[in-house]
Ligand binder design. Structure first.
Ligand code: UD1
Ligand code: CA
Length: 454
């Protein structure tokens, strides 16, 4: 290895039709753990600090352009004439680039950074390979292209459809990923033809051309066939999701969280979860959730874009939506929905509530069925509840409204005007008391019924 880092360019192939997904969404934009597969790939590759990123797009390129938002140069491939032709489309984007090129597939999102590094490192070993191919040895070699090699040096690359029976018997398969020096890549590609079983310009042919020139071409073999698994269908998408979740659950437990039934807990790519957190069965973490240490999340809770501080207690059946900010020792009970609101230190919303666009002070208690009425059909308004305020059950707080510290709102109140600190607010009709009325009513009615039947 050299000490001076050599610049790296990524070329990500994503021009294929993705027919088997049967989707209007571009295949590489389908999410795994709440994040588009392309972003998983770019995030891993980012660990190699690439100087350039080119995404080769064909079908659905407008979607890709929007999703990338300038993070990569888009090279258009139209029509799609094969993987070699696809990489060729990156030539003008890399015209002035000097360095290494790593060719990735947008639908092979979980290649590990260390594997990418191993490919680049191999490119700079003493025997100076013209091309480094990432190979793998699956249990079932299916119709993958085959890599015929001796001691890690390739003698031939052949597509399944072009292969002889003897070649098909070879178990070393082509993942499709390659590392090549930019200067050599486009010269080799210019020599690739399409005289083969599929009439395509095969990227794999650059290996055969370089080999014929007397150059070394090397294969780096991964022992993890899942990292090179392509995602071509919804079923494969679900399998990739499942594997991702398994790894994340194991990581959460290794980091000190207790998952009582790990296989039922769903994480997102960016979930942050602390130590001594207990997660009961069937909990879903959407994107943007941070859980501090020492938190309990009871069964069937759904969290997204929420922050939960230490010693808080969530659920069962709680729903924390984006902007929920649950402070230390606060309690969110069953069938409580919280959106864009702070629940102060030790505050409680234990049963059947909607809290939206609110600031709830420390130690406040929101009774069962408390609702913040934050929306009038046009605009959203804020509710502010002071420290230690007590909101009686089944109260409607009609925003914008402010409830003072230590105030009490009587059960069943619909509060539309501010309540001062320490005030009692009771918004309901005076009670009518009629002793004995019910007894007289029942007597009269029973008599009437008896007369009718008689
Ligand atoms: C390719 C390899 C094969 C390897 C397999 C691994 C070649 C000739 N074959 O097969 O050896 O075992 O991958 O999955 O390279 N793409 C484009 N433009 C095109 C064609 C493909 O961008 O014109 C992209 C696709 O979007 C996809 C990737 O290239 O991301 C691979 O294409 P796919 O058709 O799945 O692979 P094969 O050519 O069948
Ligand atoms: Ca494929």
């Amino acid at each position: 290895m050299t000490s001076q880092p050599i610049p790296l360019a990524l070329v990500v192939l994503a021009a294929g039709k993705g027919t088997r997904m049967k989707s209007d969404t571009h295949k590489v934009l389908h999410p795994i753990a709440g994040r588009p597969m392309l972003d998983h790939l770019l995030a891993s590759a980012a660990q190699l600090d690439p100087a350039r990123q080119v995404v080769v797009a064909g079908h659905g390129r407008a979607q890709l352009e929007q999703a990338l938002g300038g993070r990569a140069t888009i090279a258009v491939q139209d029509p799609q004439l094969g993987t070699g032709h696809a990489v060729q489309q990156a030539e003008s984007a890399l015209a002035d680039f000097v360095g290494d090129v790593l060719i990735l597939y947008g639908d092979v999102p979980f290649v590990r950074p260390e594997t990418m590094r191993a490919m680049i490192a191999r490119l700079h070993e003493q025997d100076a390979p013209a091309v480094v191919v990432l190979g793998f040895e699956p249990d079932d070699a299916l119709q993958y292209g085959r890599v015929l090699a001796t001691d890690g040096r390739i003698t031939k690359m052949v597509e399944y459809k072009d292969a002889t029976d003897a070649e098909r018997a070879c178990r070393l398969c082509n993942s499709g990923l390659m590392a090549v020096k930019a200067a050599e890549l486009f010269q080799l590609l210019a020599r690739v033809g399409n005289d083969n079983a599929q009439g395509e310009y095969y990227l794999t042919d650059i290996v055969n051309i370089a080999h014929a020139d007397g150059r070394v071409c090397a294969v780096v073999v991964t022992d993890d066939e899942h990292e090179v698994a392509g995602i071509n269908s919804r079923a494969e998408l679900a399998q990739a999701e499942g594997r991702w979740q398994d790894r994340r659950r194991a990581q959460a437990m290794a980091d000190g969280a207790s998952l009582i039934a790990p296989e039922t807990v769903w994480f997102s790519w960016d979930t942050v979860i602390g130590r001594d957190v207990t997660v009961e069965p069937n909990v879903y973490f959407g994107p943007g959730v941070t859980i501090a240490d020492d938190v309990k999340i009871h069964a069937f809770s759904h969290l997204e874009g929420a922050k939960v501080a230490s010693k808080a207690d969530i659920g069962p059946y709680a729903r924390l939506r984006p902007g929920a900010d649950i402070r230390e020792k606060a309690k969110v009970g069953n069938f409580v929905e919280i959106k864009k609101s702070v629940l102060g230190v030790g505050a409680k919303a234990n049963h059947l509530s909607y809290i939206g666009d609110a600031e709830v002070g420390a130690g406040a208690n929101l009774g069962a069925g408390t609702i913040t009425c934050n929306y009038d059909g046009y605009f959203k308004y804020k509710t502010v509840i002071g420290e230690r305020a007590f909101i009686g059950s089944n109260s409607a707080l009609i925003a914008p409204v402010r409830i003072g510290a230590d105030a009490i709102v009587a059960a069943g109140s619909a509060v539309s005007r501010d309540v001062a600190d320490g005030e009692l607010r009771l918004v309901r009709a005076e009670q009518l008391i009629k002793p004995g009325w019910a007894d007289r009513f029942h007597d009269a009615m029973k008599k009437k019924k008896a007369e009718k039947q008689g």
